[in-house]
Design a protein around this ligand. Structure first.
Ligand code: SF4
Length: 455
């Protein structure tokens, strides 16, 4: 963010709060006053990592922030972002969403050149590469580093007197910029967060672009050419993004409703009630209900303050999360044949307990409908599903999953149906469903790969 007449740290705090669903393991903010960069970070939610006392001294006009969700590097404090280093060109701080597929190679290269690393995160590798990059300006140095990075990166980069928003040439992860009402600009992973802080004139940072925010007008540099075939993450539409965000110019909420309609056409069932697994299942359940003519009503009540089970870093935390997170509305369920709409089944730890809760609440049949195809392949581009073994649809057939979760029936949306719901045939990554990767998956992309030597 560049906000010359605002409390930049506080605005960043609210922006991060609006992005809390993207990562709950750690949060951080770095602020520059054109002289020094101050950094604060801590583990847990944004509200746990920041207090009034921590925010108050963070004065300046330029800032970046981060909420962490671990894909490479474990969920420990030293992997929290932003990373901040002193360079020969002044201070440099970096926040990264995504995952480099060639991080192992780049990491070895840095170590061979005698450059030490303090964490196991690929984002630190990017930070150190930027610190050592050649070029007459930060734009040139960022551009030259971008050319050697493969995989997913939406970055914000803070220097003494500028902020840059940077996006990989495949466009894996979202990143948008907007104009702040009090002057200046902000960039964020999701347009929903930009709306939270009052931004107008919002546009995407296009694949391969560097956008410099620290001027009265945005300066846009096409640092590397956009890939011929873009690879936006389709899972952002299905699960990850806020429903009030726009991704690829499409309302995520509207896409999810269309996914529900497609599912109703592909997998109809005779039933009395459609319910959603809140929150991301709700728009799809409305779509399913409208298409099928079956009543939609609440089946689950969610405690919104527990957090999303999928993005918690360990299996045991995820298991506890389900039981603590939902209650059922028995008066809506009693004696009714119930269709439950969920966005995805990844590890298969939550679906079974949810089906049981519906039955315990009085549902006489439970039909599970999922708004994407079975996830049978790992993601190496920034979503935490890094091995085949952890994916239930890799280990089991659809019928075996149905039996495992105790549902009367189970259907997944087809790949074609999902892309129809998105409204695009091309330009998206769907590797976790189809196995069609833009890059040859390399073992170095695994999450804990760099943990062995640093404990
Ligand atoms: S593999 Fe799946 S989760 Fe990963 S970037 Fe591609 S679509 Fe998104």
């Amino acid at each position: 963010m560049y906000a010359p007449s605002d409390d930049v740290a506080r605005l960043t705090f609210f922006g991060l709060h609006a992005l809390q669903h993207r990562g709950q393991e750690a949060a951080g903010i770095a602020v520059s006053d054109c002289n020094r960069v101050r950094l604060q970070k801590g583990t847990g939610l944004v509200t746990a990592a920041f207090t009034e006392e921590k925010l108050a001294p963070m004065r300046g006009s330029f800032s970046i922030g981060h909420t962490r969700y671990s894909t490479t590097g474990s969920s420990v404090a030293r992997n929290a972002q932003p990373f901040l280093v002193e360079t020969r060109h002044g201070p440099l701080a970096v926040s990264h969403n995504g995952n480099l597929t060639n991080a192992g190679e780049l990491r070895n290269d840095l170590l061979q050149r005698g450059i030490g690393l303090a964490s196991s995160s690929d984002s630190e590798v990017m930070t150190m590469m930027l610190a050592g990059a050649e070029g007459a300006s930060w734009e040139a140095r960022i551009g030259s580093a971008m050319a050697s990075w493969e995989g997913a990166f939406s970055l914000t980069v803070l220097t003494r007197n500028n902020v840059y928003a940077v996006r990989d040439r495949w466009g894996y992860r979202p990143l948008s910029v907007g104009q702040l009402p009090g002057g200046g600009h902000a960039a964020a992973s999701e347009t929903g967060a930009l709306h939270t802080i009052g931004c107008r004139a919002i546009r995407e940072v296009q694949p391969g672009e560097i956008v410099a925010l620290g001027h009265p007008a945005l300066r846009v540099i096409q640092a590397v050419p956009a890939a011929d075939e873009l690879a936006r993450c389709v899972f952002e539409h299905v699960y990850f993004s806020r429903p009030d965000s726009f991704w690829d110019g499409r309302s995520v909420h509207a896409v999810r409703q269309r996914l529900g309609r497609e599912l109703a056409r592909e997998a109809p069932v005779v039933a009395d009630l459609v319910v959603a697994v809140p929150d991301s299942g709700v728009p799809a359940a409305i779509g399913y209900s409208r298409e099928s003519g079956i009543e939609f009503n609440d089946g689950f009540i969610k405690n919104r303050y527990i957090g999303r089970t999928f993005i918690e870093p360990t299996q045991s935390l995820r298991r506890q999360g389900v039981a603590l997170k939902f209650n059922v509305l028995a008066e809506n369920l009693r004696g009714r044949r119930t269709i439950v709409i969920d966005d995805s089944i990844v590890r298969g730890t939550t679906a079974g307990p949810l089906v049981k809760m519906l039955r315990d609440g009085g549902a006489v049949e439970v039909h599970v409908r999922i708004t994407c195809p079975p996830i049978r392949h790992p993601c190496f581009m920034g979503v935490d599903m890094g091995t085949h073994e952890e994916l239930i649809a890799y280990r089991m057939s659809v019928e075996e999953i149905r039996a495992h979760i105790g549902a009367n029936s189970l259907s997944f949306l087809s790949l074609e149906g999902m892309m129809r719901g998105v409204g695009r045939e091309r330009g998206y990554c769907h590797a976790c469903f189809s196995g069609e990767y833009q890059f040859e998956p390399v073992p170095s992309a695994k999450k804990a790969e760099f943990e062995a030597a640093i404990v």
